[in-house]
Design a protein. Sequence first.
Lengths: 290, 377
Amino acid sequence: MAIYLTKESKVLVQGMTGGEGMKHTRRMLAAGTEVVGGVNPRKAGRTVHFDERAVPVFGSVTDGIRATGADVTVVFVPPAFARAAVMEAADAGIGLAVVITEGIPVHDSVAFTAYAKRRGTRVVGPNCPGLISPGQANAGIIPADITKPGRIGLVSKSGTLTYQLMYELRDTGFSTCVGIGGDPVVGTSHIDCLAAFEDDPDTELIVLIGEIGGDAEERAAAYVREHVTKPVVGYIAGFTAPEGRTMGHAGAIVSGSSGTAHAKKEALEAAGVRVGDTPTETARLVSALL
Amino acid sequence: MDLYEHQARELFEEHGILVPRAEVTDSPKKAREIARGLGGRTVVKAQVKAGGRGKAGGVRLAADPAAAELTARQILGMDIEGHPVRTVMLAQPVDIQAEFYVSYVLDRAAGRFLAIASAEGGMEIEEVAASRPEAVARVHVDPAEGVTSAKAAEIAEAAGLPPQTVDVLVRLWEVLVREDALLVEVNPLVRTTQGRIVALDGKVTLDDNACLRQSRWGAYGEAGDDDPLEAAAAAKGLNYVRLDGEVGVIGNGAGLVMSTLDVVAGRGARPANFLDIGGGASARIMADGLSVVLSDPAVKSVLVNVFGGITACDAVADGIVQALDTVRLTKPLVVRLDGNNAARGRALLDARAHPLVQQATTMDGAARRAAQLATTA
């Protein structure tokens, strides 16, 4: 088992024929992911070859699902087209839409996350690295070869901090790592992942990585206190970030006294989460618990 | 991007919301002329992107054009919370009967916009919310429906606002959606003694991600506000924020770079900047990044912290080696490469044997070394 993504997942790639789409489809296939098709209305009917694998291109998500039984889509389309792409996938009835695209206007994200939710489609992202269940499948751009399967579940706003922890804990390994994205509005929250990991028999311990901005970590802390029985180890980035400045991620901003790293760390610790001061110390806390 | 009050005022006016007659200037002499044109008596308001203007003395009533010139002279050049006042807006005074508060803000946790409204406007809404939470109405807006007249009536009623505000609430939502704003706030929204509803002061934050489809935003360029190094970095397409420390930081990925700043601070030094060079870390981006960071005179050492995931460490090391050919290194550089092909990457840097470059194998070790170099330099 794992959460959201398993070896049974059949994956479509919207925007597969673009530069990033091609590069990462190749990597997803190499990681053992069952990529069953690309979607591009202007290239429908063609086949794209990745080494010995031939992947068909469909004109729509609906066509792709009909032909292959796909249940996951990874969205690489440019920001201006992301809203339509996710809504199309939701209309087609896909179960999971992983939106890698960075730079999507917030009004679009608000619109498509609400739209997808109403239709029962889970959105991960936008502006995220996707998710990986090591040894099973990889939906997005997370490097698959820096870790191995294991019993840690990880949820994070940050891509590179995810990779850092995956690498530091490579000898222990992971059930699933979910990069939920650094935008102000995302489809899947820390809490969603905590709930899924709590229910996943293959996950023994949960790592929660957060950063400045919003109050997702504080909410997650309250959720941990009420509902999570598995050990949770946390890490928060951005203690030195100045107020009012956006630190790389569109959502990473301290506004007035809200969204600070201190408040998040305190909330997590008050909920019994062990919080590391550095990524390396965080990895050590995890190792000590397993 | 936050707008100045006068820019917000213009947007409101374009969308049919009543605003006071007003004009902006950077010259006290011109202020006198504007005051004359507005009928003599004016409110002179500092144009800065900071709260607390009134308390800082940046909003004052001027009885006549001569007073407007004097007041403008006093306000121009003031510093309000670190923001120099470069322009003032002169506005016609309004006879206020009642003050309200209305805004649309992004509720990140709910993933939708929230209408916040109160019949107790004029002061900080946080203060009202803290002292009398029942006086502040919060109503979520369904993105598929937006703020219709019926929704606006619901918001007005929840807050105890008069029915005339319904039209303003609808138009304000149009400002939010059509202008791709993340926040529109009117405080105070007033009812004048003539019974008209006027937006007396406003705040608008635009979504930087929407600039591609909002062509007019070029006019909002705020070059004057930028730090010269931040402007230089922006011109090169770099994601750079200047801070006030002495350890320059370059890394890949926003989260990892934020984390690197924290680790440097934990080692007794202060980070000089945030610079995220993204996943690629090509020679050109590395060279651009190094040259921006090194041109900060406060920088005493530079820490490059790269995790090789999608881009393997040998490619990153290659980028650093090439960058060292084009950028003259003037400060010690500590490099930490970890992840895919880390050994090969480190070997490449060792082979380059630059006297100012040293390597560390862990993030904590690299931060400790960079902090040492900066504090003993």
